[in-house]
Ligand binder design. Structure first.
Ligand SMILES: Cc1cc2nc3c(=O)[nH]c(=O)nc-3n(C[C@H](O)[C@H](O)[C@H](O)COP(=O)(O)OP(=O)(O)OC[C@H]3O[C@@H](n4cnc5c(N)ncnc54)[C@H](O)[C@@H]3O)c2cc1C
Length: 502
């Protein structure tokens, strides 16, 4: 640890660290409206559907502010002299960007890459907005001021924001303002003293149940006439009228942590958002009735690249975890050194390494814009994101291929170990040459929870869609690629000097 830097640790409350206990206490003391299985839950930290995931997030804060991790997970913010999480660092150099990646990897490792919207994801979007206040200022200086102030508030208090930036799938053939009712998509319905009232639905706030704030905006293209939906706001989770409808809670369906080691711990939940006349004070309104800015916030600031640079750290970590699991399963079945298995493992390793390499390429090829803001390479980011929806299922399929019935031919539950007759047979027949039956069953249950359970399958949908549908990501790639350079090669080929005698 850099002891000198750590002497900046403030002890006076302002800029003080956030412990896991602080996070859980705050969750308990800021009642919210979360609906699950017909029940209205106000404190997710105590509810069986959410409490284990809440504890995982609490663990991230404890990890980040542990003295031995401080220099990796935090930086000293020059403006305040206080330590802030790396996700809030506006990178000034390529080394800063690499430091942000390492911090994101460390957090991702704590949850094996299985929680996507940890507090460092949307934080990076706000860091991207704050890096380019000039983009917001085009709508008026107050918008730039507010978004930067809000970023500082998040940064200095280590706060957690989730987002819902996609409209509901009610009728995608019509634009926001042409829906059958004007307040189906989230938008402003009126101005009131001190702010605005927002109303409507929005998808899909992963981690929203646990966050301090919800960021509502639209990444979907808006048309002229959709001005009421062209907003960007932040809403505290306890705001009256803010409701979260959680999808099925896998943690609650998990009968025990042995049989469902991942579902029972890492179910970050995805929630549909309903805004029922929610008041938003002007200070939390960053875009107001501005279609152009609503688009530009994603593409003319580095928000999307910073947020997805973090997301790729998580994805790369998750793939590393998958590789580790596949290797151990092969060892358990004694197939590890069979050449055909080595070939399949080689393909898995190649795909995981491509993701890892593309992640670091975003840093190596990062460029400064004319305001001196550092942008991770868009072409490297969107190349890997565009293919993620194909890489991930391919890798899962290879692991399915490698394991045969290993993830299925298992005792019905951990309770079978308690039946003496069954336990004797299990010990004999479910072992492998290098593992006891219990260890082998634990490994195979881990793999099945990753690949085959409802939790595992939700993950496959997540990897396909968390960054937008693949046709959108491929369009991003189309815009980022240097077609000029490619075209110049063709031009030169077409204007080569004649070949003598041919
Ligand atoms: C598990 C999970 C977690 C998520 N977490 C979040 C979150 O935290 N915050 C958030 O804001 N969003 C989140 N999302 C939502 C995500 O951003 C959206 O799912 C994503 O943007 C795609 O939008 P959609 O689901 O409405 O699909 P659609 O836009 O309806 O697309 C579905 C499919 O329809 C077809 N299609 C539709 N339109 C076209 C077209 N013009 N051209 C070609 N094909 C088309 C394509 O096959 C496409 O894949 C999450 C999604 C999932 C699955």
């Amino acid at each position: 640890m850099n002891v000198q830097a750590s002497q900046f640790i403030p002890t006076n409350g302002r800029g003080a660290f956030r412990s896991g206990a602080d996070f859980l206490a705050n969750l308990a003391s800021t009642p919210r409206s979360v609906f699950v299985d017909g029940e209205r839950v106000s404190d997710p930290s105590e509810h069986p559907a959410f409490r284990e995931a809440a504890r995982q997030i609490a663990g991230l804060y404890d990890f980040a502010f542990a003295p031995e991790n401080l220099d990796i997970m935090t930086y000293v913010e020059p403006e305040t002299g206080w330590r802030a999480l790396r996700c809030f660092q506006i990178p000034k150099t390529h080394a800063d960007l690499a430091a942000k990646r390492v911090a994101a990897e460390k957090w991702a490792e704590q949850t094996f890459g299985l929680m996507g919207r940890t507090p460092d994801h949307v934080a990076n979007f706000f860091t991207g907005y704050a890096a380019k206040p000039s983009v917001f200022a085009k709508s008026g200086p107050q918008y730039a001021e507010r978004v930067v102030n809000f970023y500082k508030h998040l940064r200095d208090n280590h706060l957690y924001v989730a987002y819902a930036i996609v409209p509901p799938q009610i009728d995608r053939s019509k634009s926001a303002s042409k829906q059958s009712e004007p307040d189906l998509y989230a938008g402003v319905v009126r101005e009131v003293d001190g702010g605005i009232i927002v109303k409507g639905g929005q998808q899909l706030a992963t981690g929203g149940v646990f966050a301090d704030y919800l960021h509502i905006s639209s990444i979907h293209p808006l048309q002229p006439g959709d001005e009421a939906y062209a907003i960007s706001v932040a809403i505290p989770m306890s705001a009256p009228g803010l409701k979260l409808y959680s999808r099925r809670a896998f943690a609650q369906q998990a009968t025990n942590a042995f049989d469902y080691p991942l579902s029972s711990r890492f179910d970050e939940t995805d929630s549909f958002v309903v805004l029922d006349d929610v008041f938003v004070p002007w200070e939390h309104v960053f875009i107001y009735r501005d279609i152009e800015l609503c688009r530009d916030q994603w593409w003319k600031t580095p928000s999307h690249t910073y947020g997805n640079h973090q997301a790729q750290a998580r994805f790369a970590t998750k793939l590393r975890f998958l590789l580790g699991m596949a290797k151990k399963m092969n060892e358990a079945t004694g197939n590890d050194s069979a050449p055909p298995v080595m070939v399949q493992m080689g393909e898995l390793a190649a795909l995981a390494s491509i993701v890892e390499g593309m992640h670091q390429a975003q840093e190596a090829l990062a460029t400064f814009d004319d305001e001196g803001v550092l942008w991770p390479s868009k072409s490297m980011l969107y190349a890997v994101m565009a293919l993620q929806g194909e890489i991930n299922p391919r890798m899962i399929d290879i692991v399915r291929e490698l394991t045969g019935a290993a993830m299925i031919s298992l005792p019905s539950s951990v309770k079978d170990f308690d039946n003496p007759e069954a336990a004797e047979d299990i010990a004999r027949f479910y072992r492998s040459s290098n593992m006891s039956a219990r260890d082998r069953v634990a490994l195979m249950r881990l793999a099945w929870d990753f690949i085959g359970t409802e939790f595992g399958n939700r993950h496959q949908q997540y990897e396909k869609f968390y960054g937008g549908a693949s046709f959108i990501v491929k369009m991003n790639m189309f815009r980022a690629y240097d077609f000029k350079r490619a075209g110049a090669l063709v031009d030169r080929a077409l204007t080569l000097p004649p070949v003598e005698g041919a």
